[in-house]
Design a binder for this molecule. Sequence first.
Ligand code: UFG
Length: 331
Amino acid sequence: MARYLVTGGAGYVGSHLVLALIERGEEVVVLDNLRQGHRAAVPPEARLVVGEVGEPALLREVFSGPRFDAVFHFAALSLVGESMREPLRYCAENVANSLRLAEAAVRAGCRKFVLSSTAALFGDPERVPIDEEARLAPTSAYGESKLMVERGLEWADRVHGLRSACLRYFNAAGADPAGRIGEDHEPETHLIPLAIGAALGTRPPLTVFGADYPTPDGTCIRDYVHVSDLADAHIRVLNLLEERSVRYNLGNGTGYSVRQVIETVERIGGRPVPHSYGPRRAGDPAVLVASSERIRRETGWAPRFGALDDIVRTAWAWHAAHPRGFADRSA
Ligand code: UFG
């Protein structure tokens, strides 16, 4: 049995990894401040430590037990829009917390670090699909903060031999196919939960941000990738970290427009998605689609929920069963 630390393990993507690790019989410690995360998202088999990743005394305590085989780092500020109002807070917190955590890992003799990174590293890309050779040019402070963390981790590798995997997710979506956990953000800014909420009547009608993009139907195109597939990728990279650090873009490689997502939600849910058209949202690139050839080739990763229908079906099931998210689950 291996022992893992998962920061942000009570959050959306982190909790799906925790579940996957527990199912494999691993020992898991979750460190989460529960500001975005949910206690009910953490399975009872995992130990939950409530606190801040950037708190040195807490880090010393967390790392004082038996050595972790790897650290998975999800805890971060992650709202692109908010990062443009508070860029210094985003850079300061995300960078300092991540690198303090890496420092604690090095000091404790842990040699593997997996970072939750983002497509926001690529800003407005020159070409799609976006592979790992694409220019790193964030257009938000959020993306910049993750790029700074990736760079810090390169130095940790060179100097301390801390091997890292930086996984740049495109649009994380969907929910545990067994229906145990799912997406519950406050505020919610992501398209799929907002569209489903509008259809269920638990959220206001959706506003489509712009229909004048240079795409076939005028709305933005994104690459939606299932959270359980993301969790699987985190586990697959561990072996490679014996040898070297890696950087991977993670998506399905297929883009869907906002209109296509709405149509899919309507078809799967059997209800209309009330919506209207509004202006563009600042900073939204027209098309973001990943090339994940590298991780497929080097780890054998392949999405199990590659079809948008499957992603939306699992998300719909979660939201329909838990209209108030985890508040309904723990009730
Ligand atoms: N959208 C709407 N209406 C809404 C919400 C979203 O039309 O109410 C549109 C957006 O304009 C975008 C698409 O739906 O075209 C997807 O938007 P999301 O907010 O769900 O996701 P983003 O593509 O903006 O964000 C994702 C990740 C971020 C990452 C970013 C990189 O969630 O973490 O890609 O650009 F930083």
